[in-house]
Design a protein around this ligand. Structure first.
Ligand SMILES: [Ca+2]
Ligand SMILES: [Ca+2]
Length: 341
């Protein structure tokens, strides 16, 4: 039966080669409040890995809190992962946030920066809304996924923006033309520890901007919400921090994690889940609510109501999916850069 088997194998090989067309990399803007919590840093590492694998193209990073070291630190991480010129923007209107780990940007070994960068040395970050508008205007229509994993200050300011040198379109029209979807870590869409009115930090810490996002984001551009309940169900294993980053003497992700959470904590993976969904949406890592509408109430509660052809859905996750998600997140965070610094 050798001959038919070979024919069959050949057929299968050709057949699958024909059907497994290489998907276009997802074009991604990462909007982050990389200051307080450390999950933003792990999420950024994931995006670099995913771009190294041809799964996404990271177009820009915009920062939605104010801290003078946020952009230098982000540039240092991007440089570590081989993307020193990735554009970085920072909000001029967002509230200040202290940080336990951003000081790594200034860490020196001898006279040299431990993590080289040029922002804060010979370059300055851009203004976030201007960078968002410039980035969107340069991309094909309907192609950009925005991953928002912090306050909604930048996307609210984008919604309020008028036509400028980058595009004659105002914020909502530019979003409608260029954005494919938003993947947002914010809110609590399901009951948390018997609390059905849990107030999640990305909303509670700047309610007006999240209210504006929920109210004014175009109805025909989907938003997928990863609620507080998803990230806490997938704690990042401390064993990975201890064991998986020693391919270099100093690693910004490991050092940031230890400064923020210490060695004995499994940090929830809130921001990482929004990245995983956004870049690998069809791998069945998550389920989805029915379509509906999220509104943000004055105390920061995110209310979801089912609605036919609604703009919003939120992620759901079975125990089996949670186990798969956790392993996928770990393997994407710990992958070394293509070229070690
Ligand atoms: Ca740089
Ligand atoms: Ca965050």
């Amino acid at each position: 039966m050798k001959f038919p088997t070979r024919i069959l194998l050949l057929y299968l090989t050709l057949g699958s080669a024909g059907s497994l067309h290489a998907a276009e990399p997802e074009r991604v803007i990462f909007d982050t409040d990389i200051t307080g919590d450390v999950d933003d840093v792990l999420a950024l590492a994931m995006l670099h890995t995913l771009e190294d694998r041809g799964k996404c193209e990271l177009l820009a990073v915009t920062i939605s809190k104010e801290n003078p070291l946020a952009a230098p630190f982000t540039d240092a991480v991007n440089t570590f992962y081989g993307r020193p010129d990735l554009p970085i923007g920072i909000s001029k209107t967002a509230p200040h946030r202290d940080s336990k780990y951003l000081k790594l940007a200034e860490q020196k070994d001898g006279d040299a920066l431990r993590y080289p960068r040029d922002i804060g040395v010979s370059a300055e970050p851009e203004e976030a809304v201007s960078l968002l508008r410039k980035t969107l205007a340069a991309q094909p229509d309907g192609s950009v996924t925005i991953i928002q994993v912090g306050l909604a200050t930048n996307l609210a300011d984008l919604l309020s923006s008028k036509g400028d040198d980058h595009s004659p379109l105002d914020g909502p029209a530019l979003i409608r033309k260029k954005v494919k979807q938003a993947s947002v870590m914010a809110g609590s869409l399901e009951t948390i520890n018997d609390n059905n009115r849990y107030l999640e930090a990305n909303v509670k810490n700047h309610v007006p901007s999240m209210q504006q996002l929920a109210a004014e984001w175009p109805n025909d551009v989907p938003i997928v919400w990863s609620g507080f309940e998803i990230g806490i169900a997938v704690p990042y294993p401390r064993e990975s921090i201890a064991n998986d980053f020693d391919y270099v003497e100093h690693h910004p992700v490991k050092e940031a994690y230890l400064l923020h959470s210490g060695p004995n904590h499994d940090r929830p993976t809130w921001d990482l889940t929004s990245v995983l969904y956004a870049v690998l949406p069809e791998r069945d890592y998550f389920g989805f609510s029915s379509p509906g509408r999220v509104t943000v109430e004055d105390d920061g509660f995110t209310r979801y109501q089912p609605a036919k052809e609604g703009r919003d859905r939120f992620l759901t996750m079975t125990d089996e999916q949670a186990a798969r998600v956790r392993e996928a997140l770990v393997q994407l965070v710990v992958q070394p850069p293509k070229q070690l610094p």
